[in-house]
Ligand binder design. Structure first.
Ligand code: NAX
Length: 327
């Protein structure tokens, strides 16, 4: 029997936390044979709510769940952690400028990066969900110099899954018939869902849809889906975000299927003209427990413009947090 894997979830009392924790404890994050210990990190005012969620977790009597610790101290939360899901973040509120938002999140992700650096397990894997996810991941990574940079990732898997769903509905095919779809760039409205390298039934996906649909419907629908969910539900995506976090980590640990890839924001090695060090979404495969950027794809003019625009936004976010002294 395997030793339990320590999984830390920040923002555990939030709505994504509520959708995520039960799936982790039931074995969906790491697999049905892997016992887990949960560490829940919250701000002091939300510790009680996290304790309530922990009571419910107990009441599920999950066979794989070997313990739950709740804390408002990042050092404790990340001590010995193997998988860190950084969900809690400072949302943008009315009248808040981008600089204020980045500064507020720097105040969260800098100490969390430091705590991961100080105490996490050697094999730690970090997924940042809390927005602005790519730049929050960059801040945390910058403060964890002893952890290999590749262990810091940000989530674009929800965007990837949204794109799969939209295309499958359009073409009347199963989501599993769609391969090699990519989300490029930032997890924001500038993200670029790429159908030119995607395949449906072994043929280029972009050639199976009208170009107007691709440009004027598909791309904006995927990019603005978060806002559409808020409009309809009166609250932001939660269960679908939790589902995407599960997919991201499961594939990272267990590998992506042969003949396909997925999307994740990972530290750039300079591939596809994305400046080295930026945490940007790429086509990735997971092999031997590592996400690797898929190389050698052709990028046409249409895609190039859109990738560059999203990467430009990431450069501006990086420069802004640099100016604020956060990296
Ligand atoms: P909620 O506001 O429901 O929950 C956030 C929780 O984080 C709260 O309980 C809060 O107390 C906690 N928190 C705040 N600061 C903390 C800190 N320093 N340490 C620990 N916990 C802290 O938000 P929820 O709907 O769960 O969303 C969480 C984050 O995910 C938001 O930043 C949101 O924008 C982001 N999202 C990212 C997505 C992605 O695809 N990357 C999609 C879904 C979601 O919008």
């Amino acid at each position: 029997t395997q030793a339990p894997v320590n999984v830390t979830v920040t923002g555990a009392a939030g709505q994504i936390g509520y959708a995520l924790l039960f799936r982790i404890a039931s074995g969906q994050l790491l697999g049905a044979d892997t016992p887990v210990k949960l560490r829940l990190l919250e701000i002091p005012q939300a510790v009680k709510a996290a304790e309530g969620t922990a009571m419910e977790l107990d009441d599920c009597a999950f066979p794989l769940l070997k313990g739950i610790d709740i804390t408002d101290d990042a050092k404790k939360a990340f001590d010995g952690t193997n998988v860190a899901l950084l969900v809690g973040a400072r949302p943008r509120t009315k009248g808040m400028e981008r600089g204020d938002l980045l500064a507020a999140n720097g105040g969260i992700f800098k100490p969390q990066g430091e705590a991961i650096n100080a105490g996490a397990a050697d094999d730690v894997r970090v997924l940042v969900v809390g927005n602005p996810a790519n730049t929050n991941a960059l801040i945390a990574q910058a403060h964890a110099p002893d952890v290999p940079a590749e262990r810091f990732t940000a989530m674009t898997r929800l965007d990837h899954n949204r794109a799969l769903s939209q295309l499958s509905a359009k073409l009347g095919v199963a989501v599993t018939d769609i391969k090699k779809l990519t989300i490029w760039g930032n997890h924001s409205a500038t993200q670029y869902p790429d159908l030119f390298n995607a395949e449906v039934g072994g043929k280029v996906a972009a050639e199976q849809v009208e170009q107007e649909w691709l440009k004027d419907t598909f791309i904006p629908t995927v990019a603005k889906r978060g806002a559409a969910i808020i409009e309809a539900r009166g609250a932001s995506s939660a269960a679908s975000a939790a589902n995407a976090a599960i997919d991201h980590v499961y594939d990272w640990v267990n590998g992506t299927p042969e003949g396909d890839w997925t999307s994740a924001a990972v530290v750039s090695d300079g591939s596809y003209g994305v400046p080295e060090g930026l945490i940007s979404s790429f086509p990735v495969v997971s092999r031997n427990g590592r996400y690797e950027i898929v190389q050698g794809l052709e990028i046409g003019e249409f895609s190039r413009e859109r990738i560059d625009a999203s990467v430009q936004e990431l450069i501006e976010e990086r420069d802004a947090v640099k100016q604020l002294g956060l990296i």
